[in-house]
Design a protein around this ligand. Structure first.
Ligand code: FES
Ligand SMILES: [Fe+2]
Length: 381
């Protein structure tokens, strides 16, 4: 057992498929930022558990979501992201749908089919909603409002107004971690590791004063800056302040399943966890900051050695020769430290000698998250 879950929950194809079917096909899936689909004809597609879904903006500027399945023989209508003028045409036999999902033309209809009742062959709808500047889809067309799902945590994840902040596109990043998605989530919500794995990278915040817990399936977390960092803080922030001057700290919730946010005084970031295989997870990071020009200016400052030494930022272990430059523990980057920890943990799972020790108080969210996963799988059996 790995606390409340068996090791196979982190390694087996069977668990992976159960989670895809019962968790990721039955919850709201992050699809992008609202800017990604902001003009008529613009679309984006995303895998939501077992379903591929796309969002398209209609000529009426309304967002609609559809299952990305041609009603003829099921070919995916669209790939990734793009823009069309008026209609979506399937690449296989050119059946064409309007932006509202209606089938509007079938090549050689008369000769090949006689008469078709095209009104029964529209695209199957899914649900789409916007929350905190993010687009979400749900495979169920009757999923209701996203506030039914996130409403209770809405006030606990920081005073930020991400819809007013431009994206900092340079910070866009997607990478894969050779570990199960739950290991990545557990690492994100493990409060115990903050002072240890990240002793040199996240020491600006006071982990001993962290306030955290669960609201339904969602994890919430806030911690204040340490006194040194709090003093005259605005002069130390790497980017301009985005929340009211009397509010400080960092909010790092992990919304279920795998929707991490990281919001502090100077920025608002998403950390989206997407299971790819039992032992492989894709993470997508995107960021919003105050405004591009001010940020560009302070980024220059950030590049100077003086800036970094001011905060004592640097790797946990100083690289002492050229070969240790690749050492994630000497990177000075807390994400590299986390990836390292997750991948090492996943590797150990295959050892017959693997056994987990007691859980610290600061690891209680890890256990609760395991219970949430179990509950979702049980109730959907
Ligand atoms: S599968 Fe789409 S037109 Fe045939
Ligand atoms: Fe971490």
């Amino acid at each position: 057992m790995l606390h409340h879950l068996p090791v196979s929950a982190y390694t087996s194809r069977e668990w992976f498929e159960r989670e895809q079917r019962h968790i990721f096909s039955n919850t709201w899936r992050y699809a992008g930022f609202m800017e990604d689909v902001s003009e008529p004809g613009q679309y984006i597609s995303v895998q939501a558990g077992l379903s591929n879904i796309f969002i398209v903006m209609g000529r009426d500027r309304r967002l609609r979501a559809f299952h990305n399945i041609c009603r003829h023989r099921g070919t995916q209508l669209i790939r990734a992201v793009g823009k069309v003028q008026k209609a979506l045409t399937c690449p296989y036999h050119d059946w064409t749908y309007d932006l509202e999902g209606n089938l509007i033309s079938v090549p050689d209809e008369e000769r090949e089919f006689g008469r078709l009742d095209k009104s029964c062959l529209g695209l199957k709808p899914a649900s789409v909603d916007i929350w905190k500047s993010m687009l979400f889809v749900h495979p169920d067309p009757d999923a209701g409002s996203i506030m039914d799902w996130f409403g209770e945590v809405d006030s606990l994840i920081g005073p930020h107004e991400p819809e007013t902040l431009p994206e900092y596109e340079e910070a866009r990043n997607t990478y894969e971690i050779a570990a199960n998605w739950k290991i990545v989530v557990e690492n994100y919500i493990d409060v115990y590791h903050l002072s240890h794995l990240h002793s040199s990278t996240l020491h600006m915040y006071d982990h001993a004063k962290a306030e955290y817990g669960f609201v339904g399936p969602h994890f919430t977390f806030w911690e204040p800056p340490v006194p040194d960092y709090a003093e005259d803080q605005d002069s130390k922030l790497p980017a301009p302040r985005v929340i009211p001057a009397d509010q400080n700290g960092t909010w790092v919730p992990m919304l279920f399943p795998g929707i991490g946010l990281a919001a502090s005084e100077d920025g608002w970031n998403v950390f989206i966890v997407e299971p790819v295989a039992p032992d492989l997870t894709r993470v997508t990071n995107r960021s919003r900051v105050a405004n591009a020009s001010a940020w560009a200016f302070s980024k220059q400052a950030a590049r100077s050695a003086h800036f970094w030494s001011k905060f004592g930022l640097g790797g946990k272990y100083e690289a002492d020769d050229a070969t240790s430059e690749d050492d994630p523990m000497a990177s000075g980057d807390f994400t590299s430290e986390d990836i390292y920890a997750c991948e090492q943990q996943q590797k150990s799972l295959s050892s017959p000698h693997y056994e987990v020790g007691p859980a610290a108080v600061g690891e209680s969210p890890v256990l609760t998250h395991q219970d949430v996963v179990l509950k979702w799988l049980d109730r959907q059996q």
